[in-house]
Write a new protein. Structure first.
Lengths: 814, 199
């Protein structure tokens, strides 16, 4: 085993050396080139560097078999990264023998300063010719090893620098940062190029990978570049100086803005609109200061101003600001808007480029960011990975009653547990989502006292949407409220978005009128609907047909229509459902409101419908059988249809209301309502019911910040009148926030009931309190408790009753 | 058996609706994105003309009983300082008959946008909560409760871009409200709001 270990170590060591050697020799190093010239009397060794270096010192003085020159490399480099200064390399120049040179060794990773070592084959005398900061260094070697070289003097830096020829054109650029995507102007926000400078990006192949270098330039001399580099270091810590490659290709991002207004789209600034100019200037300063969020608001404001010439510019900068803020979906949308609005401007090409960069780099598009953190840190990935969310809540509820000092009777003691689970995945073409929403009631009462344990499944479906075809399918337990579907059902809903305004739906399934129901074994339905709108941006229309069967018998067949209109100060909503099987109006609903200039709004609604909704299955109501098939064995179908109509009386409701803001903190509301239900005849052994009428008048005053900032109090009076009783109700409900985590909601309700049948009076006093504690955005605890005191006086007997209830529980999100 | 006269019923409903629509369209501005200057507080409020409508069947109480929540975005410009809110109009077809306070469970809500929970805390129940003297949105019925929740722009965008939305009230009687089918106007309004107003 030890031998194997040794072999392994040997193998890994050898492999490491090989890799190290490869690493040392791979790619450009600090030494760009070396050259030896001269003759037998003397030779000159010239070593060129890829980065400018500060000469520090050398040793030994005069001569020897080696020469060590200590350097301080700068980040002014010639087409390479300054990191090469940390590399290590050994080379032997051509004609090295002329200078008795064995090799040159550069050690950038030396423990001390980087050092350049000349190894000679025998002792020589030498002089070092170095500028203070230069791309090269020259060593003169004398042929006579026995002659001592004159003492070295400090290099004349000024002289050397003056001696260097001044570049004919701008020579240096600063590489601000490198990306494996095309840089955008957002990457250089806050940067203010001087006059005649540009921000560009160039392309380079490094190690087989394409890198894009964001560059600022050009600089006439390295010192100017170096000075700017120091200023930029805080924002661009990885910046370094490069020699301008005149033959290389670079793409400009935008031009200098120092002395003129930013003109990214090549349009002249609005000369006469000083407000626009001022806002644009403010936005630019905010961008420079890094207050991008505020800049976004200002650019938006500029865009909202009426016609001016700087809209394209503001639009582009709005997109840039979004990009800078990391809101890539927003930025994408803004770039697209720019291209839609200003396709022929000079900036369109540039914007297209930025948009392409966003799309190509696959950066996370967080357009729908937000969420539970105020800043919105969660991001949607397009295409996304699976995303799952769940929500759990548990509440314990207890209700008890006590009549005339008798023993307390507990009517409810149960734990309600609910869970909601969402899983979804967004793809390039298909979006998948699924949802399970279910609950369970643990009844702690003894059998016969409570209603028992119960499971509920409100939603359990999978949904697939195809963005390309406009098709969408949802299968499982779900709900619909239009298209003639009466709420929850188990089945399939297919949607097809034919155009932007036309949506066609087809639905197949079995009704599930309650979440506690299983799949209905008797009823099934199918239907189709079409929705059209918006028309003129305000009106929507829909029409439907639906057919429902029960045990092979027509249960419900209806056609209908819906319309909705939303105006600025009016809205109207109407629904009509006509049962073609019974030739009856199933329901008609109309709701409208109108707002007037004096902070007064009026409301009205009309609702006429069969209640319950007309269907053949209603024939079962009051019958001593449980299933429709059993009923069919007792009564013929035609007679059952008549029962259905008899058990589905028409109800009609009218409501009129008003609301008025008395002040910003006080609002008054009032409404009157009348509901009448037609009488039902006796049939099939089920007794008839008399017609009933119920009406109420209610008014409430809502006032905020009465006692402390953020509170609200609602004072309500309601009077109701029915065929059997009259009730007057007073309510007081106050809600007080305490800090950000607590809310306390005391309340009081007082009822006075007058029984018309037995001339009784009953007073009910119901004080209560709700307390909420929010530990975090994801966790909340709530307590609700209350007591009701009832005193009833009647000719037969007086009685007292007390009821107590409380709920306590929590909600948590995962 | 009572058989209503179809013609008269339908005519009554439709003629009322058409009359109202004609009347309403006469005074309509046609913009998806109304904006108003509050006469007392001088804030400028931009909102969506058509709010999103969410519902919940309450067939356990009555065959036609439903709870509704209307939801709309608001931008409040206070001398250049922008704030964003969600407005909720909370009501039910059995309003007051059961005596429940419609605000219960709405001190805090959770908007699920494509499954992502956005917990929101109430900012206030009157327009004072947003610095206005009157509501920008019309509540659907007089008995409806207005509620305002402070939101971020990103939260609004998330709501606007979601293909699957629902609103959940909190507390012991927490309820889930599903979006009304086909709300093209509301979605167009919300998109317009985000495109033109919210940043």
């Amino acid at each position: 085993m030890t031998g194997i270990k040794r072999q392994f170590h040997r193998w890994t060591t050898a492999t490491g050396v090989v890799f190290l050697s490869a690493a040392v020799s791979a790619g450009p190093g600090f030494i760009d080139s070396s050259r030896v010239s001269g003759d037998a009397s003397g030779a000159k060794i010239e070593v060129a560097f890829n980065c400018k270096a500060q000469y520090l010192r050398h040793e030994p003085e005069g001569g020897g078999d080696h020469l060590r020159i200590y350097l301080d490399p700068t980040s002014i480099c010639n087409g390479v990264s300054p990191l090469v200064a940390n590399s290590r390399s050994i080379l032997r120049p051509l004609n090295a023998d002329l200078a008795q040179l064995a090799d040159l060794e550069y050690e950038g990773n030396s423990a001390a300063e980087p050092v350049l070592t000349f190894h000679f084959t025998r002792p020589v005398t030498f002089t070092v010719d170095a500028s203070n900061v230069a791309f090269n260094i020259v060593v003169n070697v004398q042929a006579s090893a026995g002659q001592t070289a004159p003492p070295q003097t400090k290099p004349d830096v000024e002289h050397r620098q003056v001696a260097r020829p001044k570049p004919e054109s701008p020579e240096y650029v600063i590489n601000l940062a490198s990306f494996q995507r095309i840089p955008t102007t957002a990457d250089a926000l806050g940067l203010q190029p001087a006059a005649n400078q540009r921000i560009v990006y160039s392309e380079a192949e490094v190690g087989g990978a394409t890198w894009y270098r964001l560059q600022l330039g050009n600089f006439d001399d390295a010192d100017a570049a170096l000075s700017t580099l120091e200023e930029l270091k805080p924002d661009f810590p990885g910046a370094w100086i490069d020699k301008f490659d005149a033959g290389g290709a670079s793409t400009e991002l935008f031009v200098s803005t120092e002395d003129a207004e930013i003109d990214v789209v090549g349009q002249p600034a609005s000369s006469g609109d000083s407000k626009v100019d001022a806002l644009m200037d403010e936005a630019r300063k905010l961008m420079v200061a890094g207050d991008v969020a505020r800049a976004i608001q200002v650019y938006t404001k500029v865009l909202q101003l009426p016609n001016h010439s700087r809209k394209p510019e503001a639009q582009e900068y709005l997109a840039l600001a979004r990009e800078k803020k990391g809101q890539m979906a927003h930025a994408k949308a803004e770039y697209e808007r720019y291209l839609a609005l200003y396709p022929n401007t000079e900036g369109a090409g540039r914007v297209s480029q930025r948009l392409a960069a966003i799309l190509a780099t696959g950066r996370q598009l967080n357009g729908s960011v937000g969420t539970i953190n105020a800043g919105g840190s969660k991001q949607r990935i397009e295409p996304s990975k699976w995303k799952m969310q769940s929500y759990v809540s548990q509440y314990y509820r207890r209700d008890s009653n006590q009549q005339n000092d008798e023993n307390e009777i507990v009517s409810q003691s149960a734990l309600y547990s609910d869970v909601n689970f969402d899983a979804r995945r967004r793809g390039e073409r298909f979006d998948f989502s699924s949802r399970l929403s279910a609950g369970y009631r643990n009844d702690f009462l003894d059998e016969g006292e409570g209603t028992g344990n119960q499971a509920r499944v409100s939603y359990a479906y999978a949904d697939l949407a195809d963005a390309k075809s406009g098709l969408r399918g949802r299968i499982g337990r779900q709900t619909r409220n239009t298209g003639g579907v009466l709420g929850r059902f188990d089945g399939l809903n297919l949607s097809y978005k034919a155009t932007e305004r036309i949506l066609v739906d087809a639905v197949f399934g079995k009704p599930a009128y309650s979440a506690t129901d299983g799949v209905d074994s008797e009823r099934s339905f199918y239907g189709a609907s079409v929705n059209y709108g918006p028309i003129l941006g305000e009106l929507e229309l829909g029409a439907f047909f639906i057919q429902q069967d029960i045990e092979g018998v027509d249960d419900r067949q209806a056609v209908g229509a819906e319309f909705r209109y939303f105006g600025e100060n009016q809205s109207v909503w109407g629904l009509v459902d006509y049962d073609t099987l019974y030739d009856e109006l199933g329901s008609a609903f109309l709701q409208a409101n109108w707002r007037f200039a004096n902070r007064l709004s009026l409301y009205g609604s009309y609702d006429r419908r069969h209640s319950p909704f007309l269907s053949t299955g209603n024939g079962l109501i009051g019958q001593p059988v449980e299933t429709f098939s059993d009923l069919l064995e007792i009564y013929p179908e035609e007679e059952i249809r008549q029962f259905s109509i008899d058990r589905s009386p028409l109800s009609t409701t009218y409501t009129l209301g008003m609301s008025h803001s008395l002040s910003p903190k006080v609002q008054i509301n009032a409404d009157i309502n009348e509901t009448s239900v037609d009488a039902t005849p006796e049939s099939g052994g089920v007794p008839g019911m008399p017609a009933t009428t119920f009406r109420y008048f209610a008014t409430s005053i809502v006032a905020s910040s009465l006692l402390k900032e953020g509170d609200v109090s609602i004072f309500g009076i309601r009077y109701s009148d029915s065929d059997t009783s009259r009730v007057m109700t007073l309510t007081l409900d106050s809600r007080f926030p305490f800090g950000k985590t607590w809310r306390v909601n005391p309340r009081l309700r007082v009822d006075r009931r007058e029984g018309l049948a037995d001339s009784s009076y009953e007073w009910l006093y119901t004080p209560g309190i709700r307390i909420q504690y929010r530990r975090s955005q994801r966790f909340r605890v709530e307590l609700e408790a209350g007591k009701q005191f009832a005193q009833r006086e009647s000719v037969a007997a007086d009685s007292d009753r007390e009821s107590f209830f409380f709920n306590i529980g929590y909600q948590v999100f995962f | 058996m009572t058989k209503p006269k179809l013609t008269s019923e339908l005519c009554k409903v439709l003629s009322t609706a058409v009359a109202f629509l004609l009347l309403a369209s006469c005074s309509s501005s046609g913009s998806l994105l109304p904006s108003k200057l509050d006469p007392l507080t001088a804030v400028t409020i931009t909102y969506s003309k058509a709010p999103l409508v969410f519902y919940r069947n309450e067939s356990g109480r009555a065959a036609h009983a439903r709870d509704y929540v209307h939801l709309g975005p608001l931008e409040v410009n206070r001398s250049g300082t922008y704030s964003y809110y969600l407005w909720l109009g909370i009501w039910n077809t059995m309003q007051d008959a059961r005596g429940d306070e419609p605000r219960d469970g709405f001190d805090a809500i959770v908007v699920f946008a494509d499954g992502e929970p956005l917990p929101l805390e109430i900012a206030g129940w009157t327009p004072a909560a947003i610095g206005a003297s009157e509501h920008a949105y019309m509540k659907p019925v007089a008995s409806a409760a207005d509620a305002y929740y402070a939101v971020t722009v990103d939260q609004l965008r998330m709501i606007a871009e979601a293909t699957d939305l629902r609103v959940q009230s909190t507390g012991p009687q927490g309820k889930s409200y599903e979006p009304w089918d086909s709300q093209a106007s509301a979605k167009a309004s919300l998109t317009a709001f985000l495109s033109a107003s919210v940043y």
